[in-house]
Write a protein that binds this ligand. Structure first.
Ligand code: 48F
Length: 265
């Protein structure tokens, strides 16, 4: 039997992680946030062969999908959302006319697993604290992400970050819209929204919010696309609670939009 050498275990982890991060210094797509919309987008884009990394502040992927509604761990989708759960092999059960339920933990873990197995490079416990800007022909665009360790962020230690470059950023940080808020606060730039800024999320109106989520999924500033609740919060639409079809469909849409923009790779 091999003698366990703790020094070799450390070396293996360090070498593998540095190799992984180094390979992600130039990405096709950088996803911020591992909730349902970010994971779905990563799964689709990595599955098409794009070089994708996903940065998630917490240790676990899943965002707001683990707990269903108020910790009662089921999610609900409509017919359109069920198509994607079928594609993921997540079992669903019909409920009433046009609704389906799925176990929240099964849905979350399956989506996380599919995104990883499709080739997404996941960096959990890393927080995105800023973006990289570039200017071409007088037009500014987002060209990368500034990332730091979550424990550094939590403790407020003064430690400088690391940077990755990418062709497209997906802002999937949910209700908080963190990356865009930083972009606007620091640079005073105008977004592709009616008010030119982040309009802010409105109260619960699930029917309208679900439709709006798809409509609001788009490139909001050169180089950065919004998806999921970040899309609705940016454009001033409503929240929808634990119905998740719009989140999944928004992830699919942002992946299609970015693939169309980036073209063949
Ligand atoms: O909130 P979240 O699940 O986003 P989503 O994909 O889905 C929203 C639903 O869960 C639900 C809803 C609709 O049914 O209303 O709330 O829009 O996941 C967002 C993820 O982004 C991470 C955060 O920890 C969470 O896992 N996140 C937020 N800010 C950062 C971040 C950051 N600065 N850097 C890295 N990760």
């Amino acid at each position: 039997m091999t003698v366990v050498n703790e020094r070799l275990v450390s070396q293996a982890i360090l070498e593998r992680w540095c190799e992984k991060f180094t390979n992600c210094l130039d990405l096709d797509v950088a996803v911020v946030g591992g909730g349902p919309s970010g994971m779905l987008a990563a799964w689709k884009l990595a599955g098409r062969g794009y070089k994708v990394a996903l940065f998630e502040r917490k240790l676990s992927l899943g965002g707001g999908m683990w707990g269903g509604g108020m910790t009662y761990n089921f999610i609900v989708v409509q017919d359109a959302g069920r198509r994607l759960l079928d594609e993921l092999d997540v079992p669903t059960r019909p409920y009433g006319e046009g609704y389906h339920t799925a176990d929240a933990v099964t849905a979350t873990t399956t989506l996380a697993s599919k995104a990883c197995l499709a080739g997404t490079q996941v960096f959990n416990c890393l927080s995105v604290e800023d973006v990289v800007l570039r200017e071409e022909g007088g037009v500014k665009r987002v060209a990368g992400l500034v990332v730091n360790s979550t424990p550094v962020e939590m403790t407020g230690l003064h430690v400088d970050p690391l940077v990755v470059h990418c062709r497209a950023v997906i802002e999937a940080t949910g209700h908080a819209v963190e990356v865009l808020k930083t972009l606007v606060r620091k640079n005073g730039v105008s977004l592709n929204t009616p008010c030119g800024g982040i309009a802010g999320e409105q109260s619960m109106w699930a029917d309208k919010a679900e439709a709006d989520t798809l409509e609001n999924t788009r490139e909001i500033f050169p180089g950065i696309w919004v998806t999921g609740m970040a899309a609705n919060a940016s454009f001033g639409s409503y929240r929808m609670g634990p119905i998740f079809g719009g989140m999944l469909l928004s992830g699919e849409k942002v992946a299609e939009d970015i693939a169309a923009r980036l073209g063949a790779h």
